[in-house]
Design a protein around this ligand. Structure first.
Ligand code: SF4
Length: 349
């Protein structure tokens, strides 16, 4: 498995690579200069299960805000830098646990070296990020367009620049909004570099399309043993990114913990409002961390069977539900009490 053999990189107190747990990341969408709003969002992300958070640093004020933000949060903070090497340095001086740069847009070798020198002094990891959208012209020409091969070559070139400056505390990310290209690029790079890979599908769209693209893209990549940390990108509340990332990892068997809700698609047999019940159950359990399965089924045909495999389940009847625990029917509950009874039972587990 590739991820068991990548280099271990420490981002604050979170280690990635070398077979460590796949860390879930997200990015704030507040103005980083607004310490209060940014801290609030990071705390919500922490609560949802975010392991590492990234914030953009487009101004010197944002770089300075990092010091204050760091005092109020509990997970490592990554500074996202574009164009201005001075912001990368200031972010590190203000306590960033990692910086994300694209050396291609930082400019001259001297500027990159100035950033690398500070990172080296403080042992701060650098994530070298390349996107298909910013692929160099010569690589586009060489490969006859924007290709997975081009993205990989671009990333490895950037890494080499930093390695030649005698620094190897690195993480690589290669991103494309083209899911198949992104999968191919990861397959190509995985055997060619020892550095941990940050995997994500970029600009993947709003919640529905972003979730589908990320599930397919990340699912394929992670299933091949590639990827040490992930981000699901959604045009929406970043907290949703964490929920999706957790679900992807859980579905692949790469993370444990958290309540899994299974529910039936409903059909003509359903005699309770199962759609809204399933949504309410999902919402109710989203922050519970016990490792169990809850089944919310529409009727007694498949309900008890499915619920047998679950730790706790409901099978709908006519305006009521059967409460099932480990396959055994416990009692009948009126429809309007199902949610409350389920909550009580879960809290008792
Ligand atoms: S569990 Fe019952 S209600 Fe749900 S889809 Fe199956 S048959 Fe229909």
């Amino acid at each position: 498995m590739y991820r068991d053999n990548t280099k271990v990189v420490k981002i604050g107190n979170v280690a990635i690579g070398g077979g460590n747990k796949i860390a879930i990341q997200s990015m704030t969408n507040t103005k980083t200069e607004d310490v209060k709003a940014t801290v609030e969002q990071i705390l919500a992300l922490e609560k949802a299960g975010c392991d590492i958070v990234r914030s953009t640093v487009p101004t010197m004020e944002a770089a300075k805000a990092i010091a204050e933000i760091k005092k109020q949060i509990h997970i490592p903070l990554v500074a996202d830098i574009h164009f201005d090497y001075r912001l990368a340095i200031a972010a590190m001086e203000n306590g960033a646990d990692k910086i994300r740069i694209n050396p291609g847009n930082i400019g001259s070798a001297e500027k990159i070296k100035a950033v690398v020198d500070v990172a080296k002094e403080r042992n701060i990891p650098i994530r070298v990020g390349v996107n298909s959208g910013s692929l160099e012209k010569d690589l586009i020409e060489k490969y006859g367009g924007v290709t997975a091969e081009g993205i990989v070559e671009s990333a490895l070139d950037k890494v080499k620049i930093i390695e030649d400056m005698d620094y190897d505390n690195l993480v690589i990310s290669i991103k494309s909004s083209d899911v198949m290209m992104c999968i191919k690029a990861h397959e190509l790079i995985a055997g060619k570099t020892p550095y941990p890979l940050h995997v994500g599908i970029t600009e993947s769209g709003t919640v529905l399309s972003g979730n589908i693209k990320s599930a397919i893209g990340l699912g394929n990549i992670l299933y091949q043993g590639i990827g040490d940390t992930i981000r699901v990108s959604l045009t929406g509340d970043p907290v949703e990114e964490i929920r999706s990332a957790k679900l992807i990892l859980k579905t692949l068997g790469l993370r444990k913990g958290g309540v899994t809700v299974v529910s039936c698609p409903t059909c003509g047999r359903t005699q309770i409002d199962l759609i809204s019940l399933a949504a309410k159950v999902e919402d109710m359990v989203k922050d519970m961390d016990m490792d169990i399965k809850v089944a919310v089924m529409g009727c007694a045909v498949n309900g008890p069977g499915e619920a047998r495999e679950a730790d706790i389940g409901i099978a709908g009847g006519n305006g009521e539900g059967l409460l099932i625990k480990k396959g055994e029917i416990i009692r009948k509950v009126p429809e309007n009490e199902i949610l409350a009874v389920l909550k009580e039972e879960l809290e008792r587990l």
